[in-house]
Design a protein around this ligand. Structure first.
Ligand code: GCO
Ligand code: MG
Length: 405
């Protein structure tokens, strides 16, 4: 079998997605997600100009060799654009392998380690009361783990809070130029602890709570937050401090037993190697699309397993349903799987384009037994929603200093 052609599609059913289709001379094809939110076209050019020409005529069954060829062969290793391109090709090759074998990808990874995949949903509110009302709705739907984010009094916009948007899917998309948001650490500290106190008072101890700091705090501030939140027993505190400096986490770790999770911006195992082997985190949140595909995530999961670190893949809506499918196969197999972030794919336009058989019941996701990744991409429907330039926001302190968004 040979790779005959590779096509790249960019569609915008409410937000942009970059989809890769690898076609073979046997008529079997595979799909991959290469979406880098706000930098989509860089991946498209990288794939079309630099990656695809090297792959035509190669045997798609040699997934590992193609991964190594694209990773080691580039000389300029790592980086979000490079790794998203590798990831999309890798997912597509696993999809092809599964279809050829007549097996779902999780069977090729080693089979099922569990019946279904535990999810955490998002409750994003304009006030603590609003966040808790949204939490209540999710609990009624059966979710047992929920991420709580609440607007910070005194700031116009807060990360994760919907404002005029209908749902989280619409957030962080369709912005012709990067909007600027304000950040104030003192104002945040005035409300965040109260949010979790109120949540425990209202919902008791059964529900697991998560919170995303989105890298806004210095390590010592995160350490303080972790200590203040200890009594509310979080499942984890996410992105407690800047991800680039792995040493940040040894400071946080010395001060608190609140479990720590990080990884959505990491592109390779090298970005999280020290955090994992020094047991400075509890959950690694790398995404298949941004960290080199199924091949790379499998390696990170295995490495993490010997250090008691669990996987908790990033599940924001800027990762396409193809990435979600890849995560589902990994999650079903990974012995040290923790939890999957889930905001759903309720958008109708998106559902026309990506056809994905999975079901959600009582806060758990279940897969279909379809061969490969088990997802279809409707090219015709995708062409109805062309690419629109869009950016993530940037963040500034109240005095104008640029900060981490
Ligand atoms: C999460 C993330 C997202 C990111 C987004 C950036 O935990 O889901 O932090 O909300 O901000 O994926 O593109
Ligand atoms: Mg996050």
């Amino acid at each position: 079998m040979k790779i005959e052609a590779i096509k790249v599609f960019v569609c915008s059913p409410g937000r942009n997605f970059v989809t890769v289709k690898v076609m073979t001379d046997a008529g079997v094809y595979g799909l991959g997600d290469a979406t880098v939110n706000g930098r989509e076209m860089a991946v498209v050019t990288y794939l079309e100009e630099h990656v695809i020409p090297c792959l035509i005529g190669r045997d798609p069954s040699n997934i590992e060799d193609i991964w190594q060829y694209l990773y080691k062969g580039v000389y300029w290793r790592k980086g979000p654009i490079n790794m998203a391109a590798i990831a999309a090709i890798d997912m597509a090759l696993w999809d092809i392998k599964g279809k050829v074998a007549g097996l779902p990808v999780y069977q090729l990874l080693g089979g099922k380690s569990r019946k279904g995949v535990t999810l955490y949903a998002h409750a994003n509110g304009e006030s603590i009361a609003d966040t808790l009302d949204k939490t209540q709705v999710l609990i009624e739907q059966g979710f047992k783990a929920i991420r709580l984010q609440s607007a910070i009094p005194g700031l116009k916009v807060t990360y994760g809070v919907l404002g005029d948007k209908k749902d989280y899917y619409e957030l962080q998309g369709n912005r012709p130029l990067p909007p600027e948001e304000e950040w104030s650490t003192p104002k945040y500290f005035n409300s965040v602890v109260e949010l979790f106190r109120a949540a425990r008072e209202r919902f008791g101890d059964e529900i697991q709570f998560v919170h995303d700091v989105h890298s806004r705090l210095t390590p010592i501030e995160s350490a303080k937050l972790g200590k203040l939140l200890e009594e509310f027993n979080l499942l984890f505190l996410e992105d407690a401090s800047m991800a680039e400096n792995q040493d940040n986490f040894s400071i946080i770790r010395q001060h608190t037993t609140t479990p720590l999770a990080i990884g959505e911006t990491y592109n390779t195992i090298w970005d999280c190697k020290d955090l994992i082997q020094n047991q400075l985190i509890d959950y690694i949140r790398v995404a298949a699309t941004h960290a080199g595909g199924i091949t790379a995530l499998r390696r990170i999961a295995d490495f993490s397993s010997i250090y008691n670190v669990k996987t908790a893949p990033h599940g924001a809506p800027d990762l396409s349903p193809i990435c979600f499918a890849a995560h589902m196969h990994l999650n079903i197999w990974t012995p040290n799987f923790g939890i999957q972030e889930f905001v759903g794919f309720g958008n109708e336009q998106l559902k026309q384009i990506f056809k994905h058989e999975y079901s959600v019941k009582n806060g758990m996701a279940y897969m279909s037994e379809a061969p490969g990744l088990g997802i279809e991409f409707d090219e015709e429907a995708a062409s109805q929603y062309p690419y629109k330039r869009s950016y993530l926001p940037v963040s500034r302190l109240e005095d104008g200093t640029l900060w981490n968004w």
